[in-house]
Design a protein around this ligand. Sequence first.
Ligand code: ZN
Length: 79
Amino acid sequence: MDSPGFSSLDLPKMEKADLGFFFPEFEGFITDCKFNGCLHSHEPHCGVKKAVQQGLISGDRYQNYLAFLEEVTQQERRY
Ligand SMILES: [Zn+2]
């Protein structure tokens, strides 16, 4: 499995917005996101989601990202 270098079990404490830094291939598409601080999950007009649909970003990587996003969201609730 292609992972950003850590498992969800030892995920460092971070903000949701920091997660994108672990997915450098998203970077070129984030500029297409309509909203600053877009988390690329439920937001409309998201450059990353568009790139996934066009096959420019691997769907597996995107699912991986969503899984981590969920993890960080739960972590934020915990603290
Ligand atoms: Zn986005």
